[in-house]
Design a protein around this ligand. Structure first.
Ligand code: FPP
Length: 239
């Protein structure tokens, strides 16, 4: 970004719905999984770029609770790409001091994947740079249900009375507990929906849809989203 642009307000927390891998591959006459391979490369490059822009939290939607409905060959290919890229990306993320956390239900993953997830979080836990949340087997409805059950259990155990339940109790039951809500949600691939991503947290997030398919998403596309974010008038329900 140039001198004038450095005066821009940089959102504290950005969420990205990385969409369009399959269409990108189809346009090139390639199998869908190739789109995910290139998408993983974008994941690596764009994360590094965004961390250098001053964003403090980046949440990337990598795999939803609904994505298991895809053909098994595609799901297997995605899992293989995750394993490969998480291992490779560890070096980059160390160089950029990026802290990594996974949000979502990890009980559905195999032992090897869970181990990799745990290790990735563990090696990065004392870093001071941007926090990268990777949403894997994540679904917002599932997350809210989990928070509700947690509150019910606390009521049942006599730890809290129903009258005392506030927004704070719900927030602290979410995977994103203690993390400020997203300011900006970007979706690539031209669609205009949230697809079960951070539904509770994005109550006042600015939504930006980019026509660019995820494998083609470049720093310039992110810069465009930031410029648009700076044109928005955020009122949070006020006037
Ligand atoms: C969306 O494209 C992508 C996915 C459902 C999952 C794969 C994400 C990656 C490979 C990014 C890398 C992430 C990590 C953690 C390495 P789509 O298949 O829905 O595209 P379409 O809408 O064109 O079909």
């Amino acid at each position: 970004m140039n001198q004038k642009e450095t005066e821009l307000i940089i959102p504290y927390h950005v969420g990205i719905i990385m969409d369009g891998n399959g269409r990108w591959a189809k346009k090139k006459g390639l199998p869908r999984y190739i789109g995910h391979t290139y998408g993983a490369q974008t994941f690596r490059n764009i994360t590094r770029y965004i961390s250098k822009q001053g964003v403090k939290v980046l949440t990337l939607y990598a795999f939803s609770t609904e994505n298991w409905k895809r053909p098994p060959e595609e799901v297997n290919a995605i899992m293989k790409i995750f394993r490969q890229y998480l291992t490779d990306a560890l070096t980059d993320f160390r160089d950029d001091d990026i802290k990594v956390r996974f949000i979502g239900d990890r009980s559905a993953f195999g032992k090897e994947m869970v181990k990799l997830i745990d290790e990735t979080e563990d090696v990065a836990k004392d870093r001071q740079g941007m926090l990268l949340n990777i949403a894997m087997n994540y679904g917002s409805r599932d997350e809210i249900l989990r928070a509700v059950k947690l509150i019910c259990q606390n009521v049942k155990d006599g730890k809290i009375n129903i009258e005392e339940i506030t927004d704070k109790e719900i927030q602290s039951g979410l995977y994103t507990a203690n993390i400020p809500d997203p300011d900006l949600i970007i979706r690539t691939g031209g669609e205009h929906r949230l697809s079960n991503f951070l539904l509770y947290q994005s109550a006042y997030a600015e939504f930006y849809s980019s026509e660019t398919l995820w494998p083609d998403f470049k720093p310039e596309d992110f810069d465009k989203a930031i410029l648009e974010f700076n044109r928005r008038n955020r009122r949070f329900g006020g006037v």
